[in-house]
Every structure is written in C-alpha cells, then in structure tokens.
Design a protein around this ligand. Sequence first.
Ligand SMILES: *Cc1c(COP(=O)(O)O)cnc(C)c1O
Length: 397
Amino acid sequence: MTDFAATRARFHLPKGITYLDGNSLGPLPRAARARLEARLQDEWGEMLITAWNRAGWMDEPLRLGDRIGRLIGAPEGSVVVGDTLSIKLYQALAAALALRPERKRVLSDTGNFPSDLYMARGLIHSLGRGHGLELVAPEEIESRIGPDLAVLMLTEVDYRTGRRHDMQRLTRLAHEAGALVVWDIAHSAGAFRVDVTEALADFAVGCTYKFLNGGPGAPAFIHVAPRHADLALPALSGWLGHDAPFDFELDYRPARGIERMRVGTPPVLQMAALAAALDIFDEVDMAEVERRVAALSERLIQGVAQVAPQLDLASPPAPEARGAQVSFRFEQGYAAMQALIDRGVIGDFRAPDIMRFGITPLYLGEEDIDRAIEAIGEVMSKRLYEEPRYQVRSAVT
Ligand SMILES: *Cc1c(COP(=O)(O)O)cnc(C)c1O
C-alpha cells in the first residue's frame, strides 16, 4: 500500500501554496538538498576528477535509467538518461527513420508538443531525403496509418487537454502497417501506469522534471526496445555513446545497446537531485497513484462545475482517456490563472485559452483540491480576471 501522507512529507511544499503544476515542474524532494550537498562536498569537492570512477558518476545515467525503467515497464539496460527531451526525441526519431530507410512518411498529431514537431522538422531538413511530416487531429491518427508510413511519432498525453492516446492499440496498428513508433511519455512517466514493453513501443522518451520531480534542468531519458538496441543508429554520435570512449579512436563505433544513445558528459549535479526524487517512487505503487489521480480529478471536475460553470471542461470526462491533469477552456484563462496564483493556487495556462491543473497524488490530497475549487469559485464569481494587473503576460506561462 502506498502511504500518500508519507510521500507528501517527503516534499518541500511552500506554506500557503496549493501546487497544481507538477505536470510542468515537480516540487523539491526534501532529500535532494542533502544529496546535492554530499555530491558537492564529498564528491566534487574532495574526490575531484577521481569521482567519475570512485563516486560512479560515469555509470549513473544507466543506473538512473534502470530506475525510470521500472516505472515505465522497460527492462534493465534499455533506458538511459541525459540531455533534454527535445534531443532524446531527435535521437529516437532519427534511429527509427534509419530502420525504415525505404519509407518517407512521419505521422504525428496537432496535439503534440511543438518542440517534438520542431525537432522532427529539423531532422527531416538535415536528412534532406524527402521525408514528410504529416500532422492530423489526434482522433484522425488511426485512419492515417498505412503501408507507406515510416514512423508514428506521438505524445501519449496531450499537454493542453490531457487527452490520452491508446498506446497499445496505435502501436499495434502501426506495426501491422510495417511502421515503427516513437512515444513521448513526458506527461506519463511518474503520472500513471505505463508499460512500454506490453505496448511493444519501439522507442520511448520523456523528461524527469515534470511528474518525476527531478528538478529544473533534470536530464531526459530514452528507452530503445531491446530488439532494436544494437541496430539503432545514433544520429548524435558523441564520445560517450562510443564503444570505447577512452580509447579516443578517430572513428566512431557505437556502443552496444542503450549506451549508444548517450552523447556527452552527463549532468552530475542534476542527477543527484533526480536520484533523490526517484527514491520516493521506490515506495509507490503506480496502480494506486493512477486510482488516486482519477479520484482527485473527478473531485476537481465536479467541484468546478458547481462553483464555476463558465469554465468548459477541455479534458476527456472518462478517467482512462485522460492523463494526470484536468484542463478547462476559458477565454480569459491567462488572467484567471494569474488571479488564482495570486491566491496561492498554482496551475498554468496554455495558449490560446487552456487553464491547466496537474493532479499529483504523491503530494496532493482532497483538501488541496477543495482549496483550489474554492479559489476558482472566488476568481470566477467576483470576475477577478478583469483586473488589469492580471492581464500582463510574463515570458514563461
Ligand atoms: C515538456 C515537454 C518537452 C520539453 O522538452 P525539453 O527539451 O525538455 O525542454 C518536449 N516534449 C514534450 C511532449 C513535453 O511534454
């Protein structure tokens, strides 16, 4: 049984704040401070360069990868951390395209996170081999899978609405058409149950600063299905993905397995914080997290319907069709969210009109949801979003 009071106690949650934005940046695990301090003092400070071996810095991307692997149904040795998600997505797509050299069509949807689409376009441009990126509405994906498809590249959970694709079904359909699938699980890993093995995903990528709480700038991860691991072409052929980086050969030879997806020097300080965050997941049953997500989401949806009927539910009403977030449409959503943040309820806004609330049971309970409902009710009934000070846009929304 997951003790949610215990997991909550393991986070630093600022006084007076109700945090419903763990889908963008998870809160600080209390243990991260001591982990970072030890890394700074005992390792970097005292061991200097010998820490790469003595403190195990060099292999840490693989150890952390295995720990993430347990949360996403990936076998040992099939996940590695490093770089940012945009880069891991690029690597996965490049490898997938190289495994289907005769096909030129990449399919994704308009609900995908723009960075994934930008990276795909950049890759296609660099390849210069006439690939095309086709974008359709999420519900049209299925009908566009066909025998000329090279790669289906999707994010499981729509960052705006929280709508969730059926990973298993779409992967099976793509495979039947002879295509490969790259899944972005940025809004899935640590949020609910994921099983990339059961779904037969070819590649999966995600970040660790959202639901995994690894901290701002924490490294991303990439999973390559073992059946592809020794065939996948590392498009970003950096020295740490080389079979023998410290032989300093002039030619690149990819490492065996997932290690070839490493690029350069890992973010050693960030990995210390991520390790502290993953410790918390050791005590967590993701099936229970998923049930709590459904219950808390339902509570928020019902409560908002009562106090703020002006907000339109943008998320699917069925829990299994949704990730760990609830979104509402409201024309003045940006200003309304600023007014909420001013009252200590932090969610976020995604253009053009989405107010988004992350549902993270590791540190949120019924009382937090109720506080949020109350604040939403106040902002809407008093039309606080009309105040000029809430209209000013910051660079980061
Ligand atoms: C958060 C997110 C990103 C961000 O990528 P970074 O390179 O880590 O900044 C990319 N894609 C998706 C689907 C995301 O949810």
